[in-house]
Design a binder for this molecule. Structure first.
Ligand code: GLA
Length: 726
């Protein structure tokens, strides 16, 4: 791994032997992007668009070089001086004009990647990554920008973030601060994004990039289920295992923007960062602003290559290290079994049955603090309803612990019911615009986490529950998007900061609470996967994937999310049939097979299961426990049959001695021939035994040819293959 500079000081080259990233300094003034792709030994000027005369544009320097601002591949582009494409930084300096002219000051390799307190960022040991810092400034605007590029030793990944400093005497208004801007050569690309809604998150959208700007994002206050803070640019025809992919991800949980511009001449500029539509920031003299960190992932092995790069980065450099390789408990969640109508008898009965089946954690979901059996009251007070649960949470925890299970509890700390003591006492604590009636979402308002006293209230409340050591797991939910985004902690001219300050406030609370209780397992949730992002995974090692537990829909939802997040980060629960969200019926085996490569849980009333079904569940859990350590840390692959009717996931253990492949057949189709799936990442020189049939296959054979799936006359059917090296 190395970051080197050309002897004349005009080129910086970051490489780890697999990828290279090249920046050229034009006339010792402007940073140009020259290359990001497979590793090269050195860059000697290849691939540069040759200067040619253009009109209706503005000349760079004296114009004799036929270089134009709107054609140069700027590393961190700014507006107002002739580059009319998407800017990465827009700021109003003392003149009030949104003009920034960033010029190079210095570059250096840092001994250690700088961290930004308060933001979720990648971390690494000194020998695992190297960071380049480039400083640029515009003395007229009074701004200095530090650009950070971190390259990881064994990943096809570079991360980027910026620090803006006000070096002048007057305040600067930041209007747009992208975390990453990348120039790509003129050619065809497909744009891949993940879109969705509640209970149908993370669907893949794929279309040819066309001239103009294509943009996704969120202004919901959270990353939202509408789009993941992610996109990828693909070589047309890219498949799961083949094709060139540039993947972009933002480590952030709030409003974001992801935009790609294909200019008139076919050149491409791709950016990801805070959403400029919902952001402004007043930077006082002497102060600094840090952008969230963005991830740039390069793969020549199609979507699986990108998937594995993101997984490794998240597991090894983003998630709390305590949970990186830790086995997750098999859980029973009360939600679909009891909804709000919880009581001690039900809990005790479910916990007893759960223990008998091998379940390890019982989670009491919503309902325990509510005055009634709906979502209309009590949020924010967080006092247990003693009529439902006499003796309170301590008693519930004791009952569950006495059964030999660990105990988990649901909270939605950011929300408050209008009908609550907290709201009656502190109506000003919510995010709201004075003199507008605040808008409700799921009958709730949101607390202004930008206010220190609100954060302290939440911390005191959470410490109150956690300090006793009775709670082993917390499900942290958040069930509505932000509206009326005004913080009473800010003056009117700074309200553009409120949405970002909400997220910074959230991170501050999460940071303290997860540091204080490192052994408590936290699971993020937001009406399912509405705030499932790499920012949250920095604090919470796992997330509830979707409120939709239907096996068929889960295939799509999980296949979308696991393009970005490792299997150990995703909760997957077996629920009752017909499914509560879709009304669809599937077998218990199908429901389990679709979950077993992720964090397995059950979310159903166990008293409604027949004795045979309970026996089957016990067998499922035993089989899961026998494999989970390598399944959770192994390498995940996807593939699809050409008619998209069959989806296969496979996990290969880190030491290549085991492989499990699950195939889901959506509908029986008499027209289809048997689907065949080639495996990946096995040892080609070794043989593997199929544990179900005893048949032995060569690793090379399995990877070149693959396993054939029988044609079965059932819809929503799964097949499981478990191969062990002999
Ligand atoms: C959200 C979550 C569910 C459940 C309910 C409880 O919808 O996604 O899993 O916790 O809230 O109100």
């Amino acid at each position: 791994m190395s970051i080197t500079f050309h002897s004349d000081g005009s080129i910086a080259h970051l490489t780890n032997g697999t990828i290279s990233y090249v920046i050229e300094l034009l006339d010792h003034t402007y940073l140009l992007h020259r290359y990001f792709s497979q590793a090269i030994r050195a860059w000697h000027g290849t691939g540069v668009t040759l200067p040619s005369k253009r009109s209706y544009t503005t000349e760079y320097a004296d114009g004799t070089q036929n270089l134009y601002f709107d054609a140069l591949p700027f590393e961190y582009p700014t507006p107002g001086r002739g580059d009319y494409r998407l800017p990465a930084l827009t700021a109003e300096g003392p003149s009030g004009a949104a003009v920034v002219d960033l010029k190079f000051c210095s570059w250096q390799v840092l001994p250690q990647k700088p961290t930004v307190p308060g933001l979720p960022m990648t971390f690494s040991a000194p020998d695992e990554s190297e960071t380049l810092e480039i400083v640029c400034s515009d003395p007229v605007a009074g701004i200095k920008v530090h650009l950070y590029y971190t390259i990881f030793r064994d990943l096809n990944i570079i991360t980027r973030h910026q620090r803006m400093e006000n070096t002048g005497n007057t305040a600067i208004r930041l209007r747009n601060v992208q975390s990453l801007s990348l120039e790509l050569p003129a050619r065809d690309y497909e744009l891949l994004t993940l879109y969705g809604c509640h209970a149908k998150e993370a669907n893949q959208s794929r279309a040819l990039l066309h001239q103009g700007v294509q943009r996704i994002g969120s202004c919901y206050g959270s990353s939202s289920p509408r789009h993941q803070p992610f996109f990828a640019l693909l070589q047309p025809g890219t498949a799961e295992q083949t094709g060139e992919v540039y993947g972009f991800q933002l480590i952030y949980s709030g409003n974001f923007s992801a935009a790609v511009e294909k200019d008139t001449f076919g050149q491409v500029r791709a950016q990801i960062g805070l959403n400029p539509d919902t952001f402004t920031w007043t930077l006082e003299p002497g102060k600094a602003f840090d952008t969230p960190e963005a991830v740039l992932n390069y793969s020549t092995n199609g979507l699986n290559g990108m998937r594995q790069g993101f997984h490794k980065l998240i597991r090894n450099h983003i998630m709390p290290p305590r949970w990186r390789d830790a086995q997750r408990p098999v859980l029973l969640n009360s939600w679909e079994a009891m909804y709000y109508d919880v009581n001690l008898d039900k809990i005790e009965t479910q916990a007893q049955l759960a223990k008998e089946l091998g379940i390890e954690l019982f989670v009491l979901d919503d309902g325990w603090f509510r005055a009634g059996n709906d979502s209309r009251s009590s949020m924010g007070d967080w006092t247990c309803n003693q009529n439902k649960l006499p003796g309170g949470i301590d008693r519930v925890a004791s009952i569950v612990h006495a059964k030999g299970l660990t105990f988990g509890l649901w909270f939605e700390p950011e929300a408050v019911s209008p009908n609550s003591q907290l709201y009656r006492t502190h109506p000003d604590w919510i995010v709201h615009v004075p003199s507008y009636a605040p808008v409700k979402g799921r009958h709730e308002y949101l607390l202004d986490l930008g206010r220190a006293e609100v954060r302290q209230y939440l911390l005191d409340m959470l410490h109150g529950y956690l300090a006793g050591g009775q709670i082993d797991y917390i499900k942290w939910d958040m069930n509505r998007p932000l509206t009326d985004v005004v913080s009473s902690a800010l003056p009117p001219e700074r309200q553009g900061e409120a949405a970002h300050r909400y997220i910074l406030g959230l991170y501050a609370v999460l940071d303290e609470i997860t540091r204080c209780y490192p052994d408590v397992l936290f699971e993020g949730c937001s009406s399912g996967g509405a705030r499932f992002d790499a920012g949250m995974l920095h604090y919470f090692p796992q997330n509830w994937t979707s409120d939709n537990t239907d096996a068929c829909d889960r295939v799509t939802i999980q296949s979308g999310f696991d393009l970005l997040y490792p299997q150990s980060a995703m909760g997957a629960h077996v629920s009752i049939t017909p499914n509560h969200q879709t009304g669809r019926s599937t077998t218990l085996d199908t429901r389990y097979q679709v979950c077993r490569l992720y964090n397995l849980g059950y979310e159903l009333d166990l008293t409604l299961c027949t004795p045979e079904e309970r026996d089957e569940i016990a067998r499922q859990i035993a089989a899961y426990k026998a494999q989970r350590s390598w399944l959770m840390t192994g390498t995940l692959f996807h593939s699809q049959s050409s008619d998209q009717n069959c989806t296969a996931w496979s996990v290969v253990s880190p030491d290549q001695t085991q492989c499990m492949m699950i195939v889901f057949q959506k509908l029986y189709n008499p027209l289809a021939s048997c689907a065949r799936f080639a495996l990946c990442s096995l040892d080609p020189a070794s043989d593997y035994r199929d544990t179900a049939t005893g048949k032995v296959y060569g690793g090379d054979e399995l990877m070149q040819i693959g396993l054939t799936v029988p044609l079965v006359k059932h819809d929503f059917t799964t097949f499981c293959f478990h191969l062990v090296k002999i």
